[in-house]
Design a protein around this ligand. Structure first.
Ligand code: IMP
Ligand code: MG
Length: 332
């Protein structure tokens, strides 16, 4: 299993890495391992733009796509997404599955989140209340919902009893900075966003091969806490980077990339490969900087900033040839 994990606050471009990896290797499954329809994955496929919330990117490449037991699922949104994909020409029949022990987001969860989620600035999609009820042991699981029956899968049978080789690409949602344990609590989501979250879908620790960390060359965050410092440059980054949430349309706050956040995320996720996305945005802005040990460190050029980053990554054992700097529209 290879794992894709976001090292910041979501929206770093996991879909792009999923796209690259699924061409490089032949996976038998793509597994969405955490989160609900709070996630918004923007994918450009055959010249068309798709925004998915639940369904993993594997479906675009005809790979069996599973919404895992670490997720919570809104059946209405799930069916809307299938219709949207089919209308866009993506074949979904026999490709999309839900683990039978995945918990369900109900109307009551959504209503509660819309009314009370403001303090955290949630997406209002019922994610937090659904996980609370799961852990409070009052939740409803997918296997109890008749209309989901045609999509259900038993993960034990799928991983261990199908007599075929299994090669999984595990696709995380949200990001390390939003992780329930390691993010900036309470301004976090309610699931396990780290690479460890992938294992919670019935997989042993030894299953993990590569961990692809995805980071943006600057940071963005959407939610209630104050994140963006004062300065015109941050407004410019948001504008040129088109930083609006793909689920709620909210404007994302921006900041320079924080090296210590990145270092924590690399260590705790066991990152082996790393992709920095949206490098063209800082080029368009014409300024390069990171935050290192609480200070802004500015660079004269893109190359100088990349050299600084590469040197740091080397000290974590991540070689230059495992680091990718990529532009918004570019594939890696
Ligand atoms: P919730 O996950 O809807 O409960 O929201 C909790 C926090 O996570 C809020 O700050 C949301 O804006 C943020 N969040 C949730 N999902 C995503 C995502 O996919 N990308 C970016 N931020 C997210
Ligand atoms: Mg997103």
């Amino acid at each position: 299993m290879d794992v894709i994990v976001d090292l910041q606050y979501g929206d770093c471009g996991k879909g792009k890495v999923a796209h690259y990896l699924s061409h490089k290797y032949s996976y038998t499954h793509v597994l969405r391992y955490n989160g609900g329809c709070n996630a918004g994955h923007t994918i450009f496929h055959k010249g068309k733009k798709f925004v998915t919330h639940h369904i993993p990117a594997g479906v675009f490449f005809g790979v069996k796509s599973i919404i895992g037991s670490g997720c919570v699922l809104d059946p209405d949104q799930f069916f809307r997404e299938i219709v949207m994909l089919e209308k866009g020409g993506v074949r979904t029949k026999g490709k999309i599955f839900i683990a039978d022990n995945t918990h369900v987001i109900t109307d009551a969860h959504k209503n509660e989140d819309k009314q009370k989620g403001g303090k955290i600035g949630t997406t209002g999609r019922g994610n937090g209340p659904a996980y609370r009820d799961k852990y409070g042991r009052t939740g409803v699981r997918a296997l109890e919902i008749p209309k989901l029956r045609p999509y259900l899968i038993n993960l034990y049978k799928e991983w261990y009893e199908n007599k075929k080789d299994v090669h999984i690409l595990a696709e995380g949602a949200q990001g390390f900075g939003l992780d329930i344990d390691w993010g900036d609590y309470p301004f976090v989501t309610s699931s396990h966003c780290t690479a460890a979250g992938a294992l919670l879908n019935g997989l042993p620790a030894s299953a993990i091969r590569d961990v692809w960390g995805v980071a943006k060359i600057y940071e963005t965050y959407v939610g209630s806490k104050k994140f963006q410092p004062k300065g015109e440059v941050f407004k410019k980054i948001a504008e040129l980077g088109e930083e609006f949430g793909s689920t709620t349309g909210r404007r994302r706050q921006t900041n320079w990339m924080n090296m210590q956040t990145l270092e924590r995320a690399i260590r705790m996720n066991g990152v082996t490969h790393i992709v920095f996305s949206k490098t063209d945005v800082l080029r368009a802005v014409g300024e390069w900087a990171v935050i290192d040990k609480n200070k802004v460190v500015s660079f004269k050029s893109e190359k100088a900033m990349q050299d600084f980053i590469l040197k740091r990554l080397k000290s974590f054992g991540i070689a230059k040839n495992k680091v990718y700097f990529s532009d918004s529209k570019e594939t890696i």
